[in-house]
Write a new protein. Structure first.
Length: 131
């Protein structure tokens, strides 16, 4: 995100917002991760960072192995939370405000933590129990 914020311009905002608004109510886990991938690949293209792109390719392949067999049967984040986080990130990035990225992530951290905890518990995983 920081690399994208150093290179983005307001012209990138429309494409990023179009991508995140592809997350419609009732979207499958497979489509959620496809949309999430498109959003972050767009950021990686803007930031032009090959190392981060290679890392993200590995990340996406790992999640594909979890999504394809149905381990993730629903998106981990509710639609409204996903849209709000990524709209705020897009705003910070396209205004070239890398410091605001941390502010956005800190702002949503409790909601992200709670949503992921609910999602993982539904899968029978309780890694946040002691947190």
């Amino acid at each position: 995100c920081v690399s994208a914020a150093q290179h983005a311009n307001i012209g990138h905002e429309r494409k990023l917002l179009e991508t995140i608004h592809g997350y419609k109510e009732g979207v499958s886990a497979h489509d959620y991760f496809r949309i999430e991938g498109e959003f972050f690949y767009e950021l990686l293209d803007i930031g032009n960072n090959l190392v981060l792109r290679m890392f993200f390719n590995t990340y996406m392949k790992t999640f594909q192995h979890l999504v394809d067999p149905g381990i993730f049967s629903a998106p981990p984040l509710p639609r409204d939370l996903y849209i709000n986080i990524n709209k705020d990130l897009t705003s910070a990035i396209c205004r070239n405000k890398p410091d605001e990225i941390i502010v956005v992530l800190d702002k949503y951290k409790p909601e992200i933590h709670a949503a992921l905890n609910r999602h993982l518990k539904a899968l029978g995983i309780d890694i946040f129990g002691a947190v």
